[in-house]
Design a protein around this ligand. Sequence first.
Ligand code: UDP
Ligand code: MG
Length: 334
Amino acid sequence: MKSKENSQIENKTLSLIIPCYNEEDNIELFFLECLKVFGEDNNIEYIFINDGSKDNTLNNIKNLILKYKDYNINCLNFSRNFGKEAALYAGLKFSHGDFTAIIDADLQQHPKYVKKMVDFLKQNDSYDEVACYQEKRKENKLISFFKNIFYSLINQVSDVNFYKNASDFRVLKRNVVDAILSMPEYFRFSKGLFSFVGFNTYYIPYKVEKRKHGKSSWNFFSLLKYAIDGIIGFSVFPLKISTFVGVMSFILSIIYLIIIVIQKITVGIPINGYPTIVCLILFFGGLQMIFLGIIGEYIGRTYLETKKRPVYIIKDKLNYKELEGADNEKLVER
Ligand code: UDP
Ligand code: MG
């Protein structure tokens, strides 16, 4: 017979947060894979976030809710595309499980790993979170090269430690979810937020599958923007570089001035400095513009952050009861 403590652990509930942007062909496939892994487990709360998809994703989620009405399937329908970070934030706000999993809808991250992560947490009470990392990255060599630079750079300049290759594919206990939700910032960079809150995290390797349908919404420039967001969001080091460079060039200019004065007095130098002056003006002009740009990035974010605009706007909250017209059991925020 199971001990009381054991059955309590087994009865713990799980929420799955599934951000969806143009995933019409993946919705049901994803759900069927979950069924294969979790069987008819009724302790699972599915939260699909339709992040302003332009295809049939929303309808397919509605059909899924109606077709599998015995399961706890919910949908937060955004008023437009707010981005994956916003979708995750909304999902966390509406999740009620003892464990909360974040997983992509495109089946690149197989639900079997969620089970593995949850089982680990059930057996290891001292851990608060399990995150998956990609053992082998199946991506463009150039992108891989830049990602390596990003990780070494951000780990140098930021106070929090970024675990290389760890994704947002993870399972969190309630205390971690609450800690993440205590940071309502507008510019959200999950990798940084997960590192920032700390907690005892266990990392397990996983194999990234091929996207089942549709295409990734990332390209080189969006990744670059994401990396800059990460560095600016979690470090003020770029602001300090200008002070350092300013002080260094001031010291060098004083030394150069002394040398010129001595040369002038002792040997006398012909006045022939036009190219040098042009180069120096261009060099320092450029440098000042770069630092103005860096300061601008911070000020711009501060400006937008002070407006306290919502991270996302929900148009509809859907579940079976809601779709059937009985709106007494609407999805509620925690
Ligand atoms: N996604 C989202 N909003 C967006 C872009 C993506 O909710 O604006 C979702 C997408 O549907 C998928 C997950 O985020 O479930 C990961 O996106 P994607 O597959 O494009 O990223 P990749 O796997 O290439 O890193
Ligand atoms: Mg993907």
